[in-house]
Design a protein around this ligand. Structure first.
Ligand SMILES: Cc1cc2nc3c(=O)[nH]c(=O)nc-3n(C[C@H](O)[C@H](O)[C@H](O)COP(=O)(O)OP(=O)(O)OC[C@H]3O[C@@H](n4cnc5c(N)ncnc54)[C@H](O)[C@@H]3O)c2cc1C
Length: 341
């Protein structure tokens, strides 16, 4: 069989420093920018024995060591309206589109449903991986399906919403089918009229103030709040929330609440409470603390930061230190939201 690697611009020993928002200077054995489906299938079939790592915007990955194998940076572009009526619009978005730019495109066109997800970094193809969410909205609320290519045999498969097994910051692509599929596009249904705005978060309501509630004012309010709370990745390397908020059962919650009356949590379903991981970390006095080249952001205890020149191992060691102290004090195991490689 013809080896097409010669036709494709595969880079060797490629620095990923500009490809991850922690700003870590880690290299990949080989690196390829995927611009079309044909190249994607060809490169996968020509590199069957290599470990494949899929990369979007690198805003949810912590690289801790040299990346063996082939790193595929997804750069598939295109946004198409495929169905439209008076009330709804169905849009197909290719995986390499920037998520926030897509949200702004929707806001400008008057398509509702993703405005609360403004300013989440990264690319469209990664959005289903952890069912991105913010300010009371998750991707699953507008999701119809996604198209994928199987890494092993290059077959294409479409997964509908039910089959994606979405949950809080999770999906089948993070669990039972981890590292099996590459998401190439997603389909979303957005509203044109009678949109139900979600301003359930007090801070969003407050930021909008007396302004009219519409897609633009919600998006602008959320952009403003996020900019004030989260560090700019161009200035201070980070991946947003490093940990997920743990969900515990009612008896464990009551036990903790008795011991720590100011514990911050809310009921998610019958007998289940979501605990604020930020509260746990702040309680242990980590907020604003730095250890060598890494630290916990001063305005948000869930965000680990590269203070300059950090290594992935240093960040991992801080994450492990926090995890074990949280466990020691609260008997809760924090789970990382970030993919650790
Ligand atoms: C400042 C900041 C704020 C953030 N705020 C939020 C927030 O509010 N809510 C939230 O949910 N997340 C948030 N995040 C996390 C992050 O933005 C999201 O998880 C985002 O979807 C990651 O996109 P990415 O393209 O950068 O993915 P990457 O970091 O490149 O990849 C993440 C994972 O998805 C896999 N992957 C990426 N693309 C594909 C693909 N096409 N097919 C298959 N697998 C793929 C990767 O292999 C990796 O395992 C934040 C991050 C930062 C830096």
């Amino acid at each position: 069989m013809l080896n097409r690697n010669f036709d494709l611009d595969i880079k060797s020993n490629y620095s990923l420093e500009k490809s991850n928002t922690f700003g870590l200077d880690i290299a990949s054995e080989s690196f390829f920018i995927v611009k079309n489906l044909k190249d994607l299938k060809n490169i996968l079939s020509d590199n069957k024995t290599k470990k494949i790592t899929v990369l979007g915007g690198g805003s949810n990955i912590l690289f801790t060591k040299f990346l063996d194998g082939l790193c595929l940076k997804i750069d598939l572009k295109g946004i198409d309206i495929i169905e439209e009526n008076k009330n709804n619009v169905v849009i197909n978005i290719m995986a390499g589109e920037n998520w926030h730019d897509f949200v702004q495109w929707c806001v400008n066109k008057g398509f509702g449903g993703v405005e609360n997800l403004s300013l989440i970094p990264g690319l469209v193809g990664a959005a289903p991986i952890q069912n991105i969410g913010a300010y009371g909205v998750e991707l699953k609320d507008v999701f119809i399906s996604c198209n994928t290519v199987n890494i092993k045999d290059q077959t294409e498969k479409e997964f509908d919403k039910k089959n994606c097994l979405f949950g809080y910051r999770t999906s089948r692509f993070k669990t039972i089918d981890k590292n099996i599929y590459i998401i190439t596009s997603i389909k979303l249904r957005l509203t044109k009229e009678k949109h139900k705005y979600n301003i359930s978060y007090g801070s969003v309501k407050q930021e909008i103030g007396n302004r009219e509630i519409n897609l633009e004012s919600i998006s602008n309010a959320i952009i403003k709040i996020r900019k004030s709370k989260l560090p700019d990745t161009n200035i201070l390397g980070n991946c947003g929330s490093f940990f997920k908020n743990p969900v515990i059962n009612e008896s464990k919650y009551f036990e903790l609440k008795k011991k720590f009356p100011s514990l911050s949590a809310f009921k998610v379903e019958k007998n289940q409470y979501k605990i604020s991981a930020a509260w746990l970390i702040e309680f242990l006095k980590y907020k604003g603390r730095s250890i060598g080249n890494v630290g916990v952001y001063k305005n948000q205890a869930l965000v680990l930061v590269n203070l300059g020149g950090a290594t992935g191992k240093e960040l991992l060691s801080l994450a492990n230190k926090i995890t074990s102290e949280v466990y020691y004090n609260f008997k809760i195991t924090l789970q990382p939201e970030v993919e650790i490689l």
